[in-house]
Design a protein around this ligand. Structure first.
Ligand SMILES: NC(=O)C1=CN([C@@H]2O[C@H](COP(=O)(O)OP(=O)(O)OC[C@H]3O[C@@H](n4cnc5c(N)ncnc54)[C@H](O)[C@@H]3O)[C@@H](O)[C@H]2O)C=CC1
Ligand SMILES: O=C(O)[C@@H]1CCC=N1
Length: 275
């Protein structure tokens, strides 16, 4: 990677950029080439202490020092942050701009900056922190092949990268993989509570749920079998699993997932119009 190191500056130091930069550093990207801004100090102090990063409360300073700017604020703040950068930071169209915001379309960024910016929209997820992220990417035609290679390299550090044809696909990937960790945590917590209700303490209940989830995910990723066949392997005829699975099927789990993803896609589309 070090043969293609650029100074990468995160504007916003929230959960998602922390997951990405933490994963990058773990994967070997030089911390000296990662810089971060945030309006308040606590997260910056933590990042300085933990990784020795250069940080600033001044977005202009971080953007000016960066070859690659990663816009990492909430969608509703994006217009103000970008218009402010456009006013105060020279040569933005000579830098590569990455945005990780959900929903917001590329055309919004052309409005905030100019149509000359080189822009990549990335939809990452928080498991990037442990090197198991999923990132969906779409680049505009102002980016060079070297830019796109760089973005691939960065997000490959923190998991798998999936280049997409258009922004509609990013909204869907966001609703499945971007939001997905929350769905799994919700499900895992419900299993933990079920074990607790039947007498386990929370520590044991959580341990068995998370290890089972990890094991199932590992099996799925290492196996050639379909998810249906993997499920069948656990489900002995006339056994206990069949009874448990039946409850989920009767509750229309497929339909629940479909509705959850559709709701998240709809919110992404709404956010594109709101901000
Ligand atoms: N959390 C997630 O799982 C994912 C988040 N995203 C996107 O990542 C972006 C950031 O989300 P999170 O990190 O989760 O949010 P967060 O709420 O954890 O962090 C937002 C950060 O922005 C900072 N901030 C506020 N105003 C600012 C300004 N004017 N300039 C610079 N920084 C400012 C806040 O102090 C805070 O540290 C959002 O656009 C979200 O759509 C995308 C995929 C997944
Ligand atoms: O909830 C959100 O809007 C962001 C996008 C995907 C995960 N978190």
């Amino acid at each position: 990677m070090s043969n293609n190191t650029r100074t990468i500056g995160f504007i916003g130091a929230g959960n998602m950029p922390q997951s990405i930069l933490g994963g990058m550093i773990k994967g070997g990207y030089p911390a000296s080439s990662i810089i971060v801004s945030n309006p308040s100090r606590p997260k910056l102090d933590m990042l300085e202490e933990k990784y020795g990063l250069f940080t600033s409360q001044d977005n202009h300073e971080i953007a000016a020092k960066s070859d690659v700017i990663v816009l990492s604020v909430k969608p509703q703040l994006m217009r103000d942050v970008c218009e402010d950068l456009q006013k105060h930071v020279p040569d933005l169209d000579k830098k590569l701009i990455i945005t990780i915001a959900a929903g917001l379309r590329m055309e919004s960024y052309y409005e905030y900056f100019s149509e000359n910016i080189a822009l990549v929209r990335v939809m990452p997820n928080t498991p990037s922190l442990v090197g198991e992220g999923v990132s969906g990417l779409v680049a505009d035609s102002n980016t060079t092949e070297a830019d796109r290679d760089f973005v691939t390299q960065v997000f490959d550090y923190v998991g798998i990268t999936i280049w997409l044809q258009d922004e509609d696909a990013i909204d869907v990937l966001g609703a499945v993989a971007g939001s997905g960790p929350a769905y799994f945590f919700e499900f895992m917590h419900s299993l933990q509570r079920a074990a607790e209700d039947l007498g386990f303490n929370s520590e044991q209940a959580r341990a068995m749920v998370q290890q089972t989830c990890l094991g199932a995910a590992k099996m799925a990723s290492e196996s050639e079998l379909s998810l249906v066949d993997l499920r069948k392997q656990v489900t002995s005829k006339g056994g206990s699993t069949a009874k448990g699975v039946e409850v989920y099927q009767q509750a229309e789990l497929n339909d629940i997932s479909k509705r959850a993803v559709a709701a998240a896609v709809a919110r992404n589309q709404e956010m594109a119009k709101l901000f």
